[in-house]
Design a protein around this ligand. Structure first.
Ligand code: NDP
Length: 616
């Protein structure tokens, strides 16, 4: 059956001015002026919930002192994909370094019950055609993703140079030897010709600075360090039977909590879900991969599907569009396309955006009505309703989340009026002046995504040429070439969302960055050079280009409920004193993801490494 529009209430049944006012009011309740400062740094303040590896023993080893060609810092998708492209480009002597015990990145650390990917796995999992692999389901489990990620690392020889359970503490450019000196928590001194920062977006757990947090005497852990010894069960078989006599509280109701709560509710004696902002949670239609469909796939199918996802999730709809993905990310455009096919396509971007806004209110109303029809307790249903524009937060889909609140042992507690959990005591938490005794507190409080770089990266020292710190260089604004290199930081490559295109799948961003970076490293080596660095002129020209074309969504995100998407709703000043709202994707190339890829491809095709200075 082809993908159908969703059954939203009609525009006449949605009071948009009233909803707009409600969204603003809810936003103002939640804004916390401290912004990022409301979170404590786990590394310093609550090491017990962060340090160590609950999944693999850390084996002592002697410090290593060596010279290598390429250090890839991070063994998650960004690192694996960079390694894959380096392998294909013939670059040998690559060391992937990570504080985890194996490849996988977020899929290594996150093993909480119910962990799965909220995105279409046929798009999200990279290199499916190259690996001749198909996931078991459209929305696949965390376990399968980790194994798949590791299978790529194995196939392309990345285990050979891998260095695990090693945390980077410092990076310094040494002009005398024209290498980066990498220091680690193991006392290593690695002298790498090139460094690729593949440290991901969700690598540092974030903990709320709740008054009394250090005095709580019960068990605490972050969702990205799930303690199965305490809860019982294991990732593949999450029977949390040791919680049968435990009172558990979980802080946060983001994508992680939505997946873990059904398991906690099923097994804990008592579960308190401490909610500051509700998520949108739709049903999850998750059929197993159909072998008949698999047989019909032609070479190039994954690229075609990814293009379809990009188009339906992020671009303007066009006549004849077909939605291959058919999920929550593509719903608004799917519905609009059906409407436009009947009534005519918009003649301008403004007209499209106005229609999109109306559909946004309709979809959000559908989601609120949906939960109302599932959650029996009227008060709980009211608390669970989300009041913001769709995509102000990451939308979730889960069939068990709302029914869990019909269990007698599960209670959702609204902590929005106090902008988070009020306080912790020795034995529990306080909400609306009442103390709730608990045995265990789970932080599903997310990761440092939009905080200052030093917090986000967790690397104490990062100094380029002349001892210039990257944190200083980028304190007011990013300045890069293609979002991947920076003047003053030779032989250094960045991945993630800094100043580039925005792909609907994060893995696709990493894949294309890995390809581009591997090309530059291979070309530099081929030309017999030891140093490659963007000229200031080329960097300035690129920054001008990205600023001139940048997709400006500040009006939308400024109105959004606070979260890591918009730097907790707090504006930041640039060098000129202008305040801006910081979006987690950084500055995005306006003409779109595929136009950005074309820009990179044309640049590579010229073959002259335009804008890069090479030196011996
Ligand atoms: P999020 O940052 O999305 O959520 C953190 C939660 O903690 C929010 O509900 C937040 O509330 C809450 N919180 C923070 N501080 C407090 C406080 N003081 N009191 C009460 N609540 C508080 O983290 P997640 O781990 O859920 O998800 C992080 C990201 O990981 C996702 O957005 C997604 O990118 C990724 N992810 C992806 C999955 C996938 O399927 N691909 C699955 C799981 C996660 P508030 O919203 O009010 O700030």
């Amino acid at each position: 059956m082809s993908c159908q529009p969703s059954p939203c209430p009609s525009a006449e049944h949605v009071d948009i001015p009233a909803l707009r006012a409600r969204y603003r009011q809810e936003r103002s309740i939640r804004i916390k002026p401290e912004g990022q400062q409301q979170y404590v740094r786990p590394v310093e303040d609550l090491a017990e919930v962060y340090e160590g590896d609950p999944y693999m023993p850390v084996i002592p080893r002697a410090p290593i002192s060596e010279e290598i060609a390429v250090a890839v810092l991070g063994a998650g998708w960004a690192g694996v994909l960079a390694g894959y492209h380096l392998h294909n480009a013939g670059v040998k002597d690559v060391r992937v370094i990570d504080h985890a015990g194996d490849f996988g990145g977020v899929w290594y650390w996150n093993r909480y019950p119910g962990l799965s990917c909220d995105n279409d796995a046929y798009c999200y999992l990279p290199l499916l055609e190259e690996m001749n692999f198909l996931p078991a389901k459209q929305f696949t489990d965390g376990f399968e993703i980790r194994e798949y990620c590791q299978s790529i690392a194995k196939k392309f020889g990345l285990y050979e140079g891998a260095m695990f359970h090693t945390l980077i503490t410092g990076l310094r450019w040494d002009e005398a030897i024209k290498r980066w000196r990498i220091s680690t928590n193991r006392g290593d001194d690695i002298k790498a010709r090139f460094v690729i920062m593949a440290n991901g977006l969700l690598n540092i757990p974030k903990l709320p600075g709740i008054p009394g947090i250090h005095g709580f005497k019960g068990k605490m852990f972050h969702s990205a360090r799930w303690d199965y010894d305490y809860t019982g069960g294991e990732q593949k078989n999450p029977v949390l039977d040791k919680l049968a006599d435990k009172r558990v509280a979980i802080i946060g109701t983001g994508a992680t909590s939505v997946q873990a709560v059904p398991f906690l509710g099923k097994y804990a004696k008592q579960l308190y879900v401490l909610q500051r902002t509700a998520s949108t949670v739709d049903q999850r239609v998750n059929p197993p991969t159909d072998p008949e469909w698999a047989k019909t796939l032609k070479p190039g199918w994954q690229r075609e599907r990814q293009r379809n996802f990009q188009h339906l999730a992020l671009e303007f709809p066009a006549p004849g569009d077909t939605d291959l993905i058919c999920d929550i990310w593509t719903e608004i455009n799917r519905n609009l396309t059906a409407e436009f096919e009947r009534e005519g396509f918009p003649q301008s971007a403004e007209e499209y955006l106005a229609k999109r806004e109306v559909m946004d209110y309709r979809v959000m109303e559908r989601l609120r009505l949906r939960l109302e029809s599932i959650v029996d307790d009227k008060q709980a249903a009211e608390i669970l309703k989300p009041w913001y524009r769709y995509l102000c937060k990451r939308p979730a889909s889960n069939n068990e989340y709302y029914p869990t609140f019909n269990r007698p042992n599960v209670k959702v507690i609204d902590v929005s009026k106090t902008q988070g959990v009020e306080a912790l005591t020795e034995h529990g938490f306080i909400a609306a002046g009442v103390e709730y005794p608990i045995d265990c507190l789970i932080f599903a409080s997310g990761f440092e995504v939009t905080s200052d770089l030093d917090r986000r990266w967790g690397i104490d020292v990062f100094e380029g040429r002349g001892g210039k710190s990257i944190y200083e260089a980028w304190s007011a604004e990013y300045r890069t070439l293609h979002g991947m290199m920076a003047h003053g930081f030779p032989n250094q490559f960045f991945t993630g969302f800094i100043q580039g295109g925005f792909a609907a799948s994060t893995t696709e961003t990493f894949n294309q960055q890995g390809k581009h970076i591997a090309f530059i490293i291979a070309e530099t080596l081929k030309r017999g050079a030891a140093v490659v660095e963007p000229t200031l002129e080329a960097q300035n020209a690129y920054v001008d280009l990205i600023r001139a074309t940048a997709f400006d969504n500040s009006a939308f995100i400024r109105e959004c409920t606070p979260s890591y998407f918009n730097n907790e709703g707090v504006e930041v000043a640039n060098e000129k004193g202008e305040t801006k709202i910081r979006f987690y994707t950084g500055e995005v190339y306006g003409p779109g993801w595929y136009a950005f890829l074309e820009l990179l491809e044309n640049w590579r095709d010229r073959g002259d490494l335009q804008g890069l200075a090479l030196a011996e």
